[in-house]
Structure formats: C-alpha cells, structure tokens
Write a protein that binds this ligand. Structure first.
Ligand code: ATR
Length: 285
C-alpha cells in the first residue's frame, strides 16, 4: 500500500504537535498517511515546499512565519483564506495548481461551539490582536452570526485595516464589527479570544477584567505554560478559561478532511493530547 506524505512547514517546527495529531487521525481513519516536519529557512519557504511537492508529497500545513507566503503560493484559494490573506493548509493538486486554505478559523469556531458548547450566534465577542492569528480566524467567526465583534489591538490602525477588509462579510452575516484600541474595548463580553503574542511575551493580559462577566468564555490561542497566566487571570475574574489545544486539533481535522475526504473524530485525539501535555509538564526538567 502506498503512503501519502504530508508535513508541517515552518520555522521553528521542532516542537509542533501536528505530526502527533495527524498520526492519531490516520490511525483512527485507517488512512495511509505519513506526516512529518518540514523545516524551512526563513528565505527559502517556497523552494523547500516546492521540492517537497516535487518529491511526491500531497500537501502541507504551514505555520509561523510562512502563512502569508503560503497564501501567495495558492493557484486557487478558498474564500476563508482570501479573507485572512493567509493560508495554513496547502493541497498539492496535480491539475490546476495548489489549493490554499485556512482552517484556523473554522477550528476555533468548532472548539468554541462544539467542544466548549458555547453558542456564537447572537453573542458579543471580543477578539484581541491584529496579527496573523486574529486575521486568520475573523472570517469564520463572523460567519457564525454573533451580534457584535470588537477587534481590539494595541496598534489600532492594524485592527482598522482588518475590519475594513471584513466589512462586507460582516454586513452579509448581520454582525456589528468595529475596531478598538486596548483602553476601552467594551465590557462584559460573552466570548473573549486572545490572539495576541502578549502571553508569549509574558507581559500579562493587556486589557482590564471589565471585558469579562461571570461565565464569559475566555480563550487563549496558546496552550501549555504560555497560556497559564491568561487562564489564571480569567478564572480569578469569574470567567471560564480555555486554551488553544482544542483549536489546534480542530484546525488539523479540517485540513485532514480537505486532503483525505474523511473527517476524523477529534474528541479522543484532544483527550490524548491533553494527557500527553499534562504528563510532560508534570515532569520536572
Ligand atoms: P501573529 O501573526 O502570530 O498574530 P504578530 O503579527 O506578531 O503575530 O502579531 C502579534 C499581535 O500581538 C499583535 O496584535 C500585537 O499588537 P501590535 O499590532 O500592536 O504590535 C500583539 N501584541 C504583542 N505583544 C503585545 C503586548 N505586550 N501587549 C499587547 N499586544 C501585544
């Protein structure tokens, strides 16, 4: 039986959980898939991925900092990739060139609505950050039909540019979408999503707790120790904290479905990954 090759392309990729996730998907769905890591030098994303495809690979996921370049490489692009202007998934189609997709947003939406069981329809949502992470998820978030989405960022001009790009999409889905700085983004949101790198920088949550109400779903796209200060902050203010592990598994499932035509069950994979992470971080280093 021939095995189809895929990989996660990025820099760094050493610590990526994607190979483990896709190995579990492949086993569960009985698909002959070999999913590895593709380290790309910062100035050599395109030739590295082209060589991977030329060697017979079927597709790749793309992570930091190459999602914008990956989008550019798509001969065809999905609507959600167009909105994000970034791609996290490439499918190397033999005819018609490569398909560029972005599964981050739908992964986040599924994690919120299915795994966490929190409806987005009619909700008031605060999305923090205006980098690639936030831009990548805004389109699918709006498509769920929340009442209001505030995109708040330290540099407000960046949030304004993204809001402008999504204005017609927001109107089509009946959502009030606006940009804001960090000083007064609004209060008592139903869902608060942190898509900034503030957790990584260790600089704490850059907005005040008034953005929360008791029971707000407060989700950081990070996971592991990087997400802990945010989760502690959320809990201390009566919100329900959630890390980005569910989003990670869900975006992977969407990519797997795009490549293989089979949708894997995510719940057992998320459970296995959580257990693995808990064991790793419990081990003194
Ligand atoms: P990515 O593509 O992973 O989202 P990025 O493009 O570097 O990364 O964007 C990082 C985001 O985190 C930006 O929204 C950034 O705010 P600015 O646009 O004002 O730079 C935000 N960010 C990073 N560190 C922050 C901090 N200490 N406080 C507030 N926002 C921060």
């Amino acid at each position: 039986m021939s095995v189809d090759r895929y990989a996660v392309a990025g820099n760094p990729v050493t610590h990526s959980r994607s190979p483990a996730i896709h190995a579990l998907f492949a086993k569960q769905t009985d698909q002959a898939v070999d999913y590895g890591r593709l380290h790309c030098e910062l100035d050599a994303f395109k030739p590295t991925v082209q060589a991977f495809a030329a060697a017979g690979a079927k597709g790749c996921n793309v992570t930091v900092p190459f999602k914008f370049e990956a989008f550019e490489l798509g001969a065809r692009r999905t609507e959600r990739a167009e909105l994000a202007q970034a791609a996290n998934t490439l499918r190397f189609d033999a005819d018609g060139g490569w398909l560029a997709d972005n599964t981050d947003g739908v992964g986040l939406v599924r994690d919120i609505t299915v795994n966490a069981g929190v409806p987005l329809k009619g909700a008031r949502v605060l999305l923090l950050g205006a980098g690639g992470a936030s831009a990548g998820v805004l389109g699918p978030l709006l498509a769920e039909g929340p009442a209001e989405v505030v995109l708040a960022n330290r540099t407000v001009e960046k949030a304004e540019a993204i809001v402008q790009r999504h204005a017609a999409w927001a109107a089509r889905h009946g959502v009030q979408l606006r940009a804001s700085g960090l000083a007064q983004p609004g209060t008592a949101f139903d869902v608060f999503i942190n898509g900034t790198a503030a957790s990584l920088a260790g600089s704490g949550v850059p907005v005040g707790p008034e953005v929360l109400r008791p029971g707000t779903l407060a989700l950081d796209m990070m996971y592991g120790p990087a997400a802990q200060p945010f989760l502690d902050w959320a809990t201390a203010h009566g919100a329900t904290g959630r890390d980005g592990l569910g989003m990670l598994v869900e975006q992977a499932a969407e990519a797997f479905a795009l490549w293989r035509g089979v949708r894997p069950q995510t719940a057992p994979v998320l459970q296995a990954l959580r257990a693995q992470l808990a064991a790793e971080y419990a081990t003194p280093r």
